[in-house]
Design a protein. Structure first.
Length: 93
């Protein structure tokens, strides 16, 4: 008889754990958006079109795309640390 409450508790815990993983999944794929909004939050004067283009390029991944994203933001006078962090955030998977 004690098996039923234990099984119910285990299944409830499993459902909560899986629900948390599903809730976090969309955030993991939102990296270009995280790059874009993080950049505009830290450097409001950035050109939105340049920021979008750079973040999308950085999201493609790879060292060359990270560099292209970074240098595009630097040409728009985004400070180096902010540009690097935004491009790194875009490349995360």
């Amino acid at each position: 008889m004690r098996l039923v409450p234990r099984l119910a508790a285990a299944l409830s815990g499993l459902a909560l754990a899986l629900g948390g993983a599903v809730a976090a999944a969309p955030a993991a794929h939102a990296t270009p958006q995280a790059c874009f909004y993080g950049l505009l939050e830290q450097h409001p004067g950035a050109d939105e079109e340049v920021a979008e283009r750079a973040c999308l390029r950085g999201a493609e991944g790879g060292h060359e795309n990270l560099r292209a994203c970074y240098f595009e933001l630097r040409r728009d006078d985004v400070p180096a640390v902010i540009a690097y962090e935004a491009c790194r955030r875009a490349a995360e998977e």
